[in-house]
Design a protein around this ligand. Structure first.
Ligand code: PDD
Length: 278
């Protein structure tokens, strides 16, 4: 497969960056993941807007316009082997002598894109739901930035993997935040509830989309703090992300969610999502 690195399409095996790259040394960079269906990016403008917000928030010089970034996305999408993909975009502050503060002499940002096959959730996951576990959210307080510094998310994902679970639901000060790489939703008495969009979560591109799908399906939607006990007593719990799309949760820490089967709100939202994405 080919990837894009700093101006050129390159075979993956030949794409190399400096060991002094601040992405490698400090995790000093921003990334984005865009689902691609039939080689067409899904909601590209929203993904690019979030990517640009992150880049601006950490003061990296953005070398490309939105149109240029989309052209780069198209380049990697066209060379990938499958029709459905997850496009990955990354920018770091670039290579510079190691000092924590921004280098006095501004480095050239490192721009990298690749696109990999999108592996959709299996039928078993959709029909039976997935297992989740919980953990205290120990990440930093700027979770709205899609930073490549993902150690907290990596440890949360590994916490799930070690327990044969699909995702870790994180809680901060007793309230639900999000998964290691997904947003989390609960259903209570027919209303879909999501945590507030603030610095404690990444605003998923599916966050707004799910609000729209609720509206279209006449499902009441509310953003507010969600207490831990509300998650355990919810009628349904859902996950959303570029790769997971919308997934039903069957159990949390070994306790059954609702009646243990994907519920009616999941089914409606999932069906609407499948129509929206093509
Ligand atoms: N992760 N929250 C976190 C911490 C995430 O990493 C993600 C996505 C989401 C959902 O956002 P979206 O709906 O835009 O995919 C929420 C991507 C897929 C990743 O890191 O690979």
């Amino acid at each position: 497969p080919f990837v894009y690195l700093n101006g050129a399409m390159t075979p993956l095996s030949e794409a190399k960056v400096s060991v002094l790259d601040r992405g490698f040394i400090f995790g000093d960079g921003i990334y984005e993941v865009i689902p691609v269906y039939d080689r067409k990016p899904f909601r590209p403008a929203q993904h690019l807007a979030r990517f640009f917000r992150g880049i601006e928030a950490v003061n990296i010089r953005n070398p490309h316009s939105e149109a240029e970034w989309l052209t780069l996305v198209d380049k990697v999408v066209q060379t990938a082997p499958t029709e459905d993909q997850l496009a990955y975009l990354q920018i770091t502050r670039g290579p510079a002598p190691r000092t924590h503060a921004f280098p006095a002499q501004e480095p050239k940002p490192t721009v990298f894109l690749m696109s990999n096959p999108l592996i959709p959730p299996t039928l078993a996951m959709l029909e039976n739901g997935v297992a989740c576990v919980t953990m205290e959210d120990k990440r930093w307080l700027r979770c709205e930035i899609k930073s490549i510094s993902l150690l907290g998310n990596v440890l949360a994902a590994q916490n799930a993997a070690a327990q044969q679970a699909n995702e870790t639901l994180q809680f901060r000060d007793g309230s639900l935040t999000e998964g290691s790489s997904s947003n989390v939703w609960i259903v209570k008495d027919g209303t879909l509830l999501g945590p507030p969009v603030d610095n404690l979560i990444l605003e998923g591109i599916r966050y707004h989309l799910i609000a729209e799908l609720c509206e279209a399906n006449g499902i009441p939607f509310e953003s507010r703090r969600i207490a831990r006990n509300e998650v355990f007593t919810a009628d349904e719990v859902l996950l959303s992300s570029a790769g997971k799309e919308i997934l039903p949760v069957a159990s949390i820490d070994g306790r059954t969610v609702g009646n243990g089967k994907p519920g009616p709100i999941f089914k409606k939202l999932y069906a609407s999502y499948q129509i929206a994405k093509r």
